[in-house]
Write a protein that binds this ligand. Structure first.
Ligand code: AMP
Length: 542
């Protein structure tokens, strides 16, 4: 017997319709590429999203055609999130930090038909358009009077001219909720990039889950700043969760330096912000010397890379901001776990609570986790046994776009490539990417633990730990360190700093000072490049 409740597909258009009807006057504030601050409401955004949908019809785009963006976080990008997906096309957000060859490759692989771009990416578009053979229309996300003349980009029109000509009357179409809504390429370190293809259903369920109290705890009382880019995994789904809750949205545009982010947080009364550790490092780096304080910021979700303990402590003790450590990946839309304490932890001493907060957190409803050994056998949740982390759930990939890479699942579970422990309360702790694990004398050393201690040193800006071959121990860790400008620390001082903070055999054998730690397009440490940089390195003890 079937239930007798109404059946409505979970569609992304439903989120913006809801926002318009129920929280229409809530604000969306954007720092623009033009440098000024733009303000309007969900009501305005909904209207312009419908104009975008009409414009795409006018460009004769078919259902499921891919529409690409090269854009920062801002209101026009937000309108595309809804206008493109809501009308049944697939939004392909391209990461502008990728190499040009990769951008051309993925635009062709996705068979993008249209490219919308912020003017700051004009040089990039000029460099790649001749190689992007499927793109028929180029739309610069600007006013008509800002449209560059003689740019060399074919069929270039301005966003404002395109949508001004359109009616705001548009009935969002209804279709199967499993229809593709957006896509994001993940830059694997080997082989070509592969795309996660999200659906309306997966994105809506993820938006619901992300807003839960033990996740981002979003509400109409919040002012939310997604510093995480809309060009990478849908800014962790915040543009969808925001429309669902009716919170105020604050978009930082291209200005991600500490000063600009701080000013926006203060001027817009931001209560909740989301970003990767490097962005927060710039923010704290700006605030500390000037002795600045937050007036409204209460919570920040930090993920994408391990959040160093020193950062969690600084936010909590110096600025009274709660850090929610999160873990996820492109293939997971991206949220998998988020760290909040349970009721039973209330009575714990602060130091014990902090030990929990440093972990990547508990699974969000919708995601199941397990750790397995090399033979695929599930390992115990004891907080100490390491294993390969496998996940499953309705917003986790089943297959990559165009079947690239074959069937990624193992018995229905997606192998994340991460290694971690899970404790008896279900808290996950990521210790490494599986290819970065350091095996020393039959034991595993977590490179994240080794890095976390180094970055707690006041003179260290960034640190990356890799394993180096050793005749006796198989591998030993060394730590590559970039110092903060104007600060100094010697090799011996840093090695001494490890004493008492970790087991002796987990202390790195050496420190290598580098000008900068190589980072990839999503801000993560590129250990492959670091290994190349240090290929002639020899351990002092080996
Ligand atoms: P991406 O798909 O580019 O977003 O990268 C996902 C990967 O980033 C994960 O598989 C992890 O290796 C890493 N990652 C994300 N969040 C965290 C975190 N909180 N701690 C450690 N690693 C993380």
């Amino acid at each position: 017997m079937l239930g007798l409740m109404q059946s409505q597909p979970l569609l992304i258009s439903g989120l913006i319709e809801f926002a318009e009807r129920h929280n229409g006057d809530a604000e969306i504030v954007s720092r623009r590429v033009e440098g000024d601050v733009h303000r309007y409401t969900y009501r305005d955004a909904a209207k312009r999203s419908r104009q975008v949908a009409n414009a795409l019809d006018g460009l004769k785009l078919a259902f499921s055609d891919r529409v690409a963006t090269l854009a920062w976080n801002g209101y026009r990008h937000f309108e595309l999130y809804y206008g493109v997906s809501g009308s049944g096309r697939v939004l392909h957000t391209i990461n502008p930090r990728l190499h040009r060859d990769q951008i051309a490759w993925i635009a062709n692989h996705a068979e993008d038909q249209v490219l919308f771009f912020d003017l700051s990416f004009l040089p990039l578009v000029q460099a790649v358009h001749a190689r992007c053979t499927s793109i028929k229309h180029y739309i610069a996300m600007c006013d008509e009077d800002k449209l560059p003349k003689d740019s060399g980009v074919p069929n270039l029109i301005s966003y404002e001219k395109l949508i001004a000509a359109q009616s705001s009357d548009y009935s969002w179409p209804s279709f199967d909720e499993n229809t593709a809504s957006s896509m994001c390429y993940t830059s694997g370190t080997t082989g070509n990039p592969k795309a996660a293809l999200y659906s309306h259903r997966s994105s809506t369920l993820h938006a619901y889950a992300a807003a839960l109290p033990d996740v981002m705890n979003l509400s109409a009382r919040d002012s939310v700043l997604p510093v995480v880019p809309m060009f990478h995994v849908n800014a962790w789904g915040i543009p969808y969760s925001a429309a669902l809750t009716g919170c105020k949205l604050v978009f930082p545009g291209p200005a991600l330096d500490g000063k600009s982010v701080y000013e926006l947080i203060e001027s817009e009364g931001v209560t909740f912000a989301a970003g990767v550790p490097t962005v927060w490092q710039m923010l704290l780096g700006h605030m500390k010397p000037a002795n600045l304080r937050f007036s409204k910021l209460k919570r920040t979700v930090i993920g994408g890379s391990a959040c160093p303990p020193a950062m969690i402590t600084a936010f909590q003790d110096d600025y009274k901001v709660e850090v929610l450590h999160a873990w996820g990946m492109t293939e997971m839309s991206p949220l998998g776990t988020l760290c909040t304490l349970k009721n039973k932890h209330d009575a714990l001493p602060e130091a014990e609570k902090m030990k929990i907060r440093l972990k990547q957190g508990r699974a969000i409803y919708g995601v199941d986790l397990k750790i397995v050994d090399a033979g695929g056998k599930e390992l115990p949740w004891d907080g100490t046994t390491f294993g390969d982390l496998h996940v499953k759930g309705p917003w986790i990939v089943r297959e990559y776009f165009k079947g690239e890479g074959g069937d990624p699942l193992v018995n229905g579970w997606f192998p994340t490539g991460d290694v971690g422990t899970i404790d008896a309360d279900g808290y996950l702790q990521i210790t490494d990417r599986s290819k970065d694990v350091i095996k020393s004398g039959g034991e595993w050393i977590s490179s994240i633990d080794v890095e976390n201690i180094a970055v707690a040193h006041p003179a260290v800006a960034m640190a990356a730990c890799i394993g180096v071959a050793h005749p006796k121990w198989d591998e030993r860790p060394i730590i590559a360190v970039a110092k903060k400008p104007g600060m100094d620390v010697s090799r011996d001082e840093l090695l001494k700093f490890y004493e008492g903070k970790t087991a002796k055999w987990q202390i790195p054998d050496d420190v290598v000072f580098v000008d900068a730690i190589p980072l990839g397009a999503t801000g993560k440490i590129l250990k492959t490049r670091l290994r190349e940089m240090l290929k002639d390195y020899k351990l002092p003890t080996a």
